[in-house]
Design a protein around this ligand. Structure first.
Ligand code: URA
Length: 179
């Protein structure tokens, strides 16, 4: 199956109730040959409206962090655990993650990135079930045949500006891990 086929399955998916209220599903976007693959939590309002990942305020921070380190949105891949927006941006439910995550697994196995980057607790929990972000952040661990680097979700910076310098340090590390 190709990435395009996975994405067309995602946009017509009805595996959980989140499809009922979506404007657009958000498969993700970026480079088919990306070395770095970013995984957030779920689409928010702007993503639901546009069908594109990380285009709201968290997305601005992510784009800036990428560009500061010599990357662009076009040479990485960006997606989230869930492909449809939960109502009022509530946390994903386990049944939704279970229904949706096979799409993520297929995307990862097609792109075969050098590094997966989990953004925030929801993404971390998918890759490492009982891990806490406070303990795993800034570290590398294995997921199947891939390496995962865990950091904060860029949205966390919106609520706590002091995290920005930590996030910047993590992105510097990430850029060194893929050279
Ligand atoms: N937050 C996410 O986790 N994913 C998006 O696509 C946008 C915001």
């Amino acid at each position: 199956m190709s990435l395009e086929q996975v994405h067309s399955q995602i946009v017509s998916c009805t595996k959980c109730s989140l499809h009922e209220n979506r404007t657009n599903a958000v498969p993700g976007e970026g480079n088919r040959n990306a070395k770095i693959f970013f995984v957030g939590e779920a689409p928010g309002r702007n993503e639901d409206l546009t069908g594109k990942p990380f285009v709201g305020s968290a997305g601005k921070i992510l784009t800036q962090l990428l560009e500061e380190n010599g990357f662009s949105r076009e040479n990485v891949f960006i997606t989230s655990i869930l492909k449809c927006r939960p109502p009022k941006n509530r946390n994903p439910h386990q049944n939704e993650i279970k229904a949706c995550s096979p799409y993520l697994t297929r995307q990862i196995n097609l792109i075969k990135p050098k590094l997966l980057v989990s953004l925030g607790q929801t993404a971390l929990s998918f890759f490492s079930k009982n891990s806490k972000l406070s303990e795993k952040r800034g570290t590398l661990f294995d997921f199947e045949n891939f390496k995962v680097f865990s950091t904060y979700h860029p949205a966390a910076v919106i609520y706590n500006r002091t995290l920005l310098s930590e996030l910047k340090k993590d992105f510097k590390k990430i850029s060194k891990l893929v050279v």
